[in-house]
Structures are given as structure tokens and as C-alpha cells.
Design a protein around this ligand. Structure first.
Ligand SMILES: NC(=O)c1ccc[n+]([C@@H]2O[C@H](COP(=O)([O-])OP(=O)(O)OC[C@H]3O[C@@H](n4cnc5c(N)ncnc54)[C@H](O)[C@@H]3O)[C@@H](O)[C@H]2O)c1
Ligand SMILES: O=C(O)[C@H](O)COP(=O)(O)O
Length: 410
């Protein structure tokens, strides 16, 4: 399998209404073939479009499964224009020699601000008061309404978002405890809880900031909800699979929980015209938001630039710095050389065959870069060669057993 194209022939497919800043970034870098869709695509159409594309940009709703990736014969790279990358089969992408990039921090602050706002709203019982006012009701009462000051916020997943939420909550005078599978540096006065159960038992508000992994699937189900304090609150702006939504609805109906704010759902509509169905619909004490934790203009603009720039850098220069599934190399410019990229299965003998090829051809190597992980090797070779020689070398590289992808950079 090989891909080597002049820039103007590289087809960029952008889905789910990624910011126009991404389109601009590609255009400014000289990419002209940009196909743009506002929505995610049904699977059959996704396969057909991905089969044509060299670069694919998605957000959280497009699932690039092994089946979809099997169609992607020309694919050079994938960009997730968001933080989460669980929607891509990362292992399969790697086996195909396709690096995946994301924007690990660009919407962190947006999510943290929303969670802080929801914490205050839920503690004051605003969702139900607001709903009643809209129906012509009036409940001027302090019952069930609390200050955030002095309350305990339990953060599950103390990573980029979790720590930001903790810092902002301390500004309100909240006591922050957290649970993480890794040992984490506590910011401010935050303290690690002894365990997940300990956090659930001590928190007035529990907020989830874990990625979607096998270990976080349904990590908050009936058993964990039962351990939460009576009258406490749950916020989930992580992934919909982390909470058992039926168990949550039941805990809310029984008034064991006083309220919840849910931004992510096990099944989400594909686009804005599709219906939203959830057992939480109609519950006045639940803030429902359509997966917009990271959807601020600032965040989307920054994500568009950040991820498109990473894709352009990989496409133009070969750098894989910050790829989430791939050996990372940060490469210098190569003004006087032609650059050959060779991605291969990390099995014995491939590298020596590559080097033999160059010594046998008496080709002068200006620079060579190598990075491997247990599955994949990524070699970048800068050579003094004209275009025809470089293309001939690329064809020979592609013939080496174990090769996944080869490219010449123009
Ligand atoms: N609602 C939105 O619009 C929105 C926006 C951005 C991110 N997200 C979601 O939020 C998630 C977290 O984002 P982040 O930037 O803070 O990620 P991060 O990787 O910085 O932090 C995640 C933390 O969770 C911890 N963790 C992983 N598995 C765990 C487990 N089983 N138990 C406890 N802790 C565990 C990790 O060690 C890490 O500290 C993303 O993966 C994404 O799914 C949602
Ligand atoms: O992973 C993320 O960054 C969030 O879930 C946001 O996803 P979105 O780009 O689909 O809004």
C-alpha cells in the first residue's frame, strides 16, 4: 500500500461541522480539495467518502471502526477535532500506518466553566425553579437551595479538565476531593480520596472527567449511585457510556439524587435535525445539554487551527508529534532533500532491508530518523535525489515485506 501525491491532489474530508478555522488552515497551507459536511454520515456513506480521502477530520460522533478503516486505502492521517479519540479504532489505524491526532487542551476550559456553572445551578435547584416559572408557577423558597461554599466536590478523573474544575471550584470555597487511577499532583487544597467509594460517600456534587475506556464503561451504575449521599448531585460531561443512564433515572425518580447535569449520552443524535431520546427527558431537576461541553466559539476555533495544523505538518513534513496512536517524531524542514517516509510493521529485518536498498543504490542519505513502538516502526529518510529517483526509491521501499505505507514529500 502506498500513498504519494502532490499537495493539490490530497483530498481532505471534514465532517461534523468542524470549525471554518480548519478549512482556512488547510487552504493557507495550499490544500484545495476540501470536502466539508455539517453532520456525521451514515455508515455506508462514511465508508464511501473515507475511501476517497487522504485526510479525514471528525468530531466525537463519527465512528472510524475497523470496518470503516478497511475502506480507507488512501488514508494518510485522521484528525479528531476534539479531545476524545475513543470514536476511532486507534489500534487498527496504527496497524494500517495511519496516525491519529487530536486537540488535547483546546476545549478544556470550556468544559470546566460549564461544570462550575452547573454545580451552582444544581445546588440552588435552579433547573426545577426555571421549569416551573416557564409553566406559570412560582416557588420562592430557600428549601433545597444551597451555597457552593463549603460543599464537597468529588472529581472523578483528575486530568486536564478535572484539575481545572477543581481549581475553579476552590475559588468558590468548595472542598475538592478526587479519584484517579494514576497518582496525581493535587492542585490547591484538593485531596485524593481513598477510593472511588470514599469519594462517592463524601461528595455533595460528583463530576465525571474520565475518558471512555473498558474500565470506565458504566463506572457509575446502580451500585455506585447508591453509595452517593442522599440529596447529592451528579454531573457527567465525559462520555455517555460512563453512567448507567437508566440507573441514574431511577435514582432521580426515587429522589436519592437531588439533580443531575448530563451533557453526554449512550446514544446521541447524529445531527441537529435528529430526535433526542433519553429516560431523563421531562425531569425538571436535570440539566440536559446536547454534548456542548466543549462547544464554545473560542474552543472550536482553536481546535480547528490546532488539529488542522498537525495534519498539515504531518502531510507536508512527516512530523507525528502528539499523535495519539503512533511513534512520535518531530522533524526539521528538509529544504535541500527529498523526504521519504516508510511506515512498517515492527518485525526484525525491515530496517536492514531499507538500509541495504540505499547502500546498493549508492544513494546519499542526508538524514535519517527512526521511532518505533512494539507494533509499528516509522523511518524518515532525507536523500539527495531528483523526483524520479525519489519515486523509484519509494516504489522499492513499498516492496519491502512488512511495509504499511510509504510516501515521498514534495
Ligand atoms: N462534553 C464535552 O464536550 C467534552 C469535551 C472535552 C472532553 N470530554 C471528555 O472528557 C474526557 C476527559 O478529558 P481530559 O482532557 O480531562 O482528559 P485527561 O486524559 O487529561 O484526563 C482523564 C483522567 O482520567 C483518568 N482516568 C482514566 N481512567 C480512569 C478510571 N477508570 N478511573 C479514574 N480515573 C481514570 C486519567 O488517569 C486522567 O487523569 C475526555 O476523554 C472526553 O471523553 C468531553
Ligand atoms: O471529546 C471532546 O472534545 C468532546 O466530547 C467534544 O466533542 P465534539 O467535538 O463532538 O463536541
Amino acid at each position: 500500500m502506498k500513498t504519494s501525491y502532490p499537495k493539490q491532489d490530497i483530498k481532505v474530508l471534514l465532517l461534523e461541522g468542524v470549525s471554518q478555522s480548519a478549512v482556512e488552515t488547510f487552504r493557507q497551507a495550499g490544500y484545495t480539495q476540501i470536502e466539508y459536511h455539517q453532520k456525521s454520515l451514515p455508515e455506508a456513506e462514511l465508508k464511501a467518502r473515507v475511501a476517497e480521502a487522504h485526510i479525514v477530520g471528525i468530531r466525537s460522533r463519527s465512528h472510524l471502526t475497523a470496518d470503516v478503516l478497511a475502506e480507507a486505502k488512501r488514508l494518510i492521517a485522521v484528525g479528531c477535532f476534539c479531545i476524545g479519540t475513543n470514536q476511532v479504532d486507534l489500534a487498527t489505524a496504527k496497524k494500517l500506518g495511519v496516525p491519529v491526532f487530536n486537540a488535547p487542551y483546546s476545549n478544556t476550559r470550556s468544559v470546566a466553566e460549564l461544570v462550575l456553572a452547573e454545580t451552582i445551578m444544581l445546588l440552588r435547584g435552579i433547573p426545577q425553579k426555571n421549569a416551573l416559572c416557564h409553566r406559570g408557577g412560582w416557588t420562592k423558597s430557600a428549601a433545597g437551595s444551597y451555597e457552593a461554599r463549603g460543599k464537597t466536590l468529588g472529581v472523578i478523573g483528575y486530568g486536564h479538565i478535572g484539575t481545572q474544575v477543581g481549581v475553579l471550584a476552590e475559588g468558590l470555597g468548595m472542598q475538592v476531593i478526587f479519584h484517579d487511577i494514576e497518582t496525581k499532583l493535587s492542585l490547591g487544597n484538593a485531596r485524593a480520596a481513598a477510593s472511588l467509594d470514599d469519594l462517592l460517600e463524601r461528595s455533595d456534587v460528583v463530576t465525571l472527567h474520565v475518558p471512555e475506556t473498558p474500565a470506565t464503561q458504566m463506572m457509575i451504575s446502580a451500585e455506585q449511585l447508591a453509595k452517593m449521599r442522599a440529596g447529592s448531585l451528579l454531573i457527567n460531561a465525559s462520555r455517555g457510556t460512563v453512567v448507567d443512564i437508566d440507573a441514574l433515572a431511577s435514582a432521580l425518580r426515587r429522589e436519592h439524587l437531588a439533580g443531575a447535569a448530563i451533557d453526554v449520552f449512550p446514544v446521541e443524535p447524529k445531527g441537529n435535525d435528529d430526535p433526542f431520546v433519553s429516560p431523563l427527558v421531562g425531569m425538571d431537576n436535570v440539566i440536559l445539554t446536547p454534548h456542548i461541553g466543549g462547544s464554545t466559539l473560542e474552543a472550536q476555533d482553536n481546535i480547528g487551527i490546532e488539529v488542522a495544523a498537525k495534519l498539515v505538518r504531518y502531510s507536508d513534513n512527516g512530523s507525528t508529534l502528539s499523535a495519539v496512536n503512533f511513534p512520535e517524531v518531530s522533524l526539521p524542514e528538509h529544504p535541500k532533500s527529498r523526504r521519504l517516509l516508510h511506515i512498517h510493521q515492527n518485525v526484525p529485518g525491515v530496517l536492514s532491508r531499507i538500509n541495504e536498498l540505499f547502500s546498493a543504490g549508492n544513494i546519499n542519505i542526508d538524514a535519517q530518523f527512526l521511532q518505533t513502538d512494539p507494533q509499528v516502526g516509522y523511518v524518515v529518510i532525507d536523500v539527495s535525489a531528483d523526483e524520479a529517483q525519489a519515486n523509484a526509491l519509494k516504489d522499492k521501499l513499498a516492496a519491502i515485506q512488512g511495509t504499511l505505507r510509504t510516501r515521498v514529500l514534495y
